[in-house]
Design a protein around this ligand. Structure first.
Ligand SMILES: [Zn+2]
Length: 179
C-alpha cells in the first residue's frame, strides 16, 4: 500500500481514454489499494486510475463521512441517469479549486468488483455526482469542461455559498438557478 502521485490538470494523461481491465492481477489489486490510500490521504470522495497515471478503467469512491463505504468500480458503465442537481464540485487533479456543475440527481452504473463479478450501483446526490465525475475521467474528461461560471478558490466558494444561504430559504440551498 502506498500513496501515489496525483496527476494535475494540464497533464496530458488526464485527457486520455482508459482501457478496460481484462483480469484483476496482483498488480491491479495493489493499484486499487493504493488508489484508496491516495484518495483518503487527499480527503477526496473519488479517484480514477488515470489520476494516478494508469490508463485503466478503474474508479474508487467513498462518499461516507466515516470513510467506511469503499466502492471499487472496474469497467463501469452508465446505465441510466435522472433528474438534475446543480452545485459545487472539485477534483483532486485541480487542487484548491471548485466550480458549479450541473449533474444528474440519480445515476445507475453497472461495474465489476475485484473478483470480476458484475454488480449494479445506484446513487443519488453526492454519490450520483461522484459516479458521473469519475466515469468522465475514464474517458479523458474533467469537470472543468462543465463548470458554469468561474473556477473558484475555497475561500471564494465558501463566500458564494454564504451569500446564497443568506439570499435563499434554507430548504432551497441546493436548487440552483431557475430556468
Ligand atoms: Zn476528478
Amino acid at each position: 500500500m502506498a500513496i501515489r502521485k496525483i496527476r494535475e490538470i494540464g497533464d496530458p494523461i488526464l485527457t486520455k481514454v482508459c482501457k478496460p481491465v481484462k483480469e484483476v492481477t496482483p498488480r491491479i489489486s495493489e493499484l486499487i489499494d493504493d488508489m484508496f490510500d491516495t484518495m483518503y490521504d487527499a480527503n477526496g470522495v473519488g479517484l480514477a486510475a488515470s489520476q494516478v497515471g494508469i490508463l485503466k478503467r478503474i474508479v474508487v469512491i467513498d462518499c461516507s463521512a466515516e470513510q467506511d463505504e469503499a466502492i471499487v468500480l472496474i469497467n463501469p458503465e452508465m446505465l441510466e441517469t435522472r433528474g438534475e442537481q446543480f452545485g459545487l464540485e472539485g477534483c483532486l487533479s485541480v487542487p484548491g479549486k471548485s466550480g458549479e456543475v450541473r449533474r444528474p440527481a440519480y445515476a445507475k452504473v453497472k461495474a465489476y468488483n475485484e473478483d470480476m463479478e458484475e454488480f449494479i450501483i445506484e446513487g443519488e446526490d453526492l454519490l450520483a455526482r461522484a459516479l458521473c465525475h469519475e466515469l468522465d475521467h475514464l474517458d479523458g474528461h474533467m469537470y472543468t469542461e462543465l463548470v458554469e461560471g468561474p473556477l473558484m478558490s475555497s475561500e471564494e466558494a465558501a463566500q458564494l455559498m454564504e451569500e446564497r444561504e443568506m439570499a435563499e430559504a434554507p430548504e432551497e440551498e441546493d436548487s440552483g438557478e431557475t430556468e
